[in-house]
Design a protein around this ligand. Structure first.
Ligand SMILES: O=C(O)CCC(=O)C(=O)O
Length: 237
């Protein structure tokens, strides 16, 4: 089995995969410097949205020879990013996130769309809860710019939980008990791929180190009209 097929199989089974060595040491340094120098307007510097507006060239990550096959394996050919976020967790800017699935997507404008809703607005951008059929075709690629171990507030996941659709709180807790959880320890330069329906949480950092993550959410299909993605940054020009 080739690497793309085997990654696709892991994603199908587990809903996540950790791929080390996607970014070289020099590329990690490049992106650390780019984020240190960027002006994110009035957003907090430790977690910001609308990444493609702040650092447009971040879309180039998806074109890297080591990253493009990951996107192909996850969503098929013609993949594109639909939202970018940056997280910089440290002892000074620390947080945890409880168990949840990523159910909302950013869209161009609010309109009537069967199966979509409720609606909300985040940082001025309309967001809507999407049906499982849309979320199943998506993937988040999380590029790590620091080593992330047990003390660095790693992402925690419940393997296989992405196959159960949208879960209510009771079902989520049951699944977590039944299947257990895995902490995603990732060396700097590595990527975590995660399906949005995968049940996940994240701990506070307990150490001194930073945990910088570039989080790109991707798809390969347009939304049913009249809905449209808020932005589409193509992996292949
Ligand atoms: O990276 C984190 O700390 C939280 C990530 C998360 O929960 C999410 O992206 O939904």
């Amino acid at each position: 089995m080739n690497a793309t097929a085997s990654l696709a199989e892991r994603l199908e089974r587990d809903g996540y995969a950790i791929v080390p060595g996607v970014l070289s040491g020099a590329q990690v340094e490049h992106w650390r410097a780019a984020f240190a120098a960027c002006d994110q307007g009035d957003q907090a510097s430790h977690a910001f949205r609308d990444l493609f507006k702040v650092i447009p060239e971040v879309g180039g990550l998806l074109r890297l020879s080591a990253a493009a096959p990951l996107l192909d394996a996850a969503v098929g050919p013609g993949g594109f990013a639909v939202r970018g976020l940056f997280f910089d967790k440290s002892a000074d800017a620390n947080w945890f996130v409880g168990w949840h699935q990523d159910l909302t997507i950013a869209v161009r404008e609010k309109c009537a769309a069967p199966g979509f809703g409720p609606w909300s607005v985040k940082a001025g951008v309309p967001h809507v809860k999407a049906p499982a059929s849309v979320l199943e075709g998506m993937i988040a690629l999380r590029f790590h710019l620091d080593d992330c171990g047990a003390d660095n507030g790693p992402l925690r996941v419940v393997p296989g939980s992405h196959r159960r659709g949208c879960l209510d709180a009771g079902a989520a807790l049951e699944l977590r008990k039944e299947h257990g959880e895995v902490a995603c320890h990732v060396p700097r330069g590595g990527v975590v791929l995660m399906r949005p329906l995968l049940l996940h949480a994240s701990s506070r950092t307990a150490g001194e180190g930073r945990r910088r993550v570039i989080h790109l959410e991707c798809a390969s299909k347009p939304l049913p009209p009249p809905l449209a993605w808020h932005e589409t940054v193509y992996a292949h020009d």
